[in-house]
Design a protein around this ligand. Structure first.
Ligand SMILES: Cc1cc2nc3c(=O)[nH]c(=O)nc-3n(C[C@H](O)[C@H](O)[C@H](O)COP(=O)(O)OP(=O)(O)OC[C@H]3O[C@@H](n4cnc5c(N)ncnc54)[C@H](O)[C@@H]3O)c2cc1C
Length: 451
């Protein structure tokens, strides 16, 4: 939500929103096609935000003046021996997969959709189902080519300008514009995943299973029924997986282009505790056997929601909030019980509640992961009525030493933010050095006092 008292001037503007369709901000959007265009935009000295494909949920990708990276979509170099690729920041993960998979490589880390851009993923330092083993995407980034506030072009890495590098991984576009990145890929033999799915009676059993099998499976995630109560609180389907070995001379098959559309915004009344409850129960019961193993293509394993285009319309025109928090392992189960209990009691259940475990913290100063559990839930906005409830939950998360994911946020308060990101001061020192006039800013950074 734009910071109170901030005036956004509207000239030649278009409404623009993140994936949660909230908030909506009138924005002037430029589409630079070349590096020189980025330089010229930065040199204007006006407030500006780099934007990817708006797959962040809240206001992190929004500002009144935006440089969309979508036209910077080219692959620049590929080294098949080293499994290393250099690409412009606006290339989508979808395009990267189309190039890499037939050549026997996969993304080292991927979020739950293939439509974000490479630059957006680096700016949010995204995590996947393998964080407990591999960490976030930043660990696989070797070098960034950036345009800074004065229009200068800089390369940064762990050796060159390491401060800028650490502030840009997870830095939500606030240090400069990423023009291109060099990324290490993961070699694969087949485009399939050997997947094991286990139904658990409650979330504690899911957490225990994911912890116990962490060395056995590269990927793990649990889908929770967040309307179940009592002894079924947080009953789950846990999905564990590894890249499958090739079977015979099977080709490295790509995902399909087809998506089914959600043709219009559903009316608000379509989502209620009955429909969400029915969906969750069907989802939980969709597998007959308690423990089942099969070989599945990478697309339904990593990107089940991509089968529907515009699925965010299911929440209606009013939009929704995705609420994702991470909490330390110590005391984490009790806190999760408390939070899930409050959500189930409120009836404000979510279609999708996704639980993962995180490994160690990242080098990115504002990166989200911390060693512990992370849970992501969707809530229809209900005309804003849900906001105080979620802000209350955030107090619990903050007190427990946890944090909220900036790429999903639209409602975090400045004081909670400062308490949950302990390396904030160091980040701000670096931002002020490279961007002394706070040129790179977003609605979120204004709201959180990140300047
Ligand atoms: C269905 C779904 C599932 C998701 N699952 C996950 C998940 O599992 N794990 C996870 O971590 N995230 C997940 N996300 C969130 C998503 O991966 C991130 O929000 C990602 O940042 C979106 O990238 P984007 O290209 O759309 O960037 P945008 O949303 O447009 O922007 C996000 C941020 O990146 C900055 N940015 C974009 N491009 C540049 C650039 N060239 N230079 C500098 N800054 C830039 C923007 O300023 C903004 O702060 C999911 C999102 C969806 C919709």
């Amino acid at each position: 939500m734009p910071r109170e008292g901030t005036i956004y001037i509207v000239i030649n503007m278009k409404p623009s929103a993140g994936w949660g369709l909230y908030p909506v901000v009138e924005a002037q959007i430029d589409h630079p096609r070349y590096l020189e265009d980025l330089v010229a935009l930065a040199r204007k000295g006006e407030p500006l935000l780099a934007q990817g494909n708006c797959r962040s949920y809240g206001d992190a990708c929004l500002y009144t003046r935006v440089a969309s990276a979508l036209a910077l979509e080219h692959l620049l170099e590929f080294d098949p021996h080293q499994g290393r690729l250099r690409a412009q920041a606006g290339i989508t993960l979808d395009s990267l997969l189309r190039f890499c998979v037939p050549r026997g490589f996969f993304l080292p880390v991927t979020p739950g959709t293939k439509f974000p851009t490479l630059g957006g993923c680096i700016a949010a330092d995204v995590h996947g189902k393998n964080h407990h083993r591999d960490g976030a995407i930043g660990r696989f980034v070797e070098e960034l080519e950036m345009v800074l506030a004065d229009g200068s072009q800089v390369r940064c890495s762990r050796r060159e300008h390491p401060d800028l590098f650490r502030a840009t991984l997870g830095g939500m576009g606030l240090t400069g514009i990423i023009y291109a990145a060099t990324l290490r890929l993961r070699p694969i033999e087949s485009s399939f995943i050997q997947m094991r799915t286990v139904r658990t009676g409650d979330f504690a059993e899911a957490c225990e299973l994911m912890s116990r099998t962490r060395d056995q499976y590269l990927y793990s995630v649990a889908w929770l029924d967040c309307l179940a109560t009592g002894r079924h609180l947080g009953r789950s389907l846990v999905m564990l997986g590894n890249h499958a070995l090739a079977e015979g001379r099977e080709p490295l098959r790509l995902h399909s282009f087809r998506q089914r559309p959600v043709p219009f915004h559903l009316p608000g009344f379509a989502l209620n505790s009955w429909s969400v409850g029915a969906f969750n129960t069907l989802f939980y019961r969709r597998q007959l056997r308690r423990d089942q193993e099969r070989r599945v293509h990478y697309d339904p394993f990593f990107y089940p929601l991509d089968a529907l285009s515009d699925w965010n319309r299911i929440y209606g025109r009013g939009g929704f909030l995705q609420y994702q928090f991470a909490i330390p392992f110590a005391g984490g189960l009790d806190l999760m019980r408390e939070i899930l209990g409050r959500i189930a009691a409120s009836g404000a259940g979510s279609f999708l509640a996704v639980l993962k475990t995180f490994g160690p913290e990242e080098e990115g100063l504002l990166s989200f992961p911390l060693p512990g559990y992370t849970l992501a839930l969707d809530f229809p906005l209900q005309g804003g009525r849900i906001i105080p409830f979620l802000q209350e939950l955030t107090k619990l998360v903050t007190r427990a030493g946890g944090r909220i994911y900036l790429a999903k946020d639209a409602i975090l308060e400045e004081s909670d933010f400062a308490a949950m990101y302990p390396r904030l001061e160091e980040f701000l020192r670096i931002k002020r050095h490279y961007d002394p006039h706070n040129q790179f800013r977003s609605c979120q950074s204004d709201r959180l006092g990140l300047r």
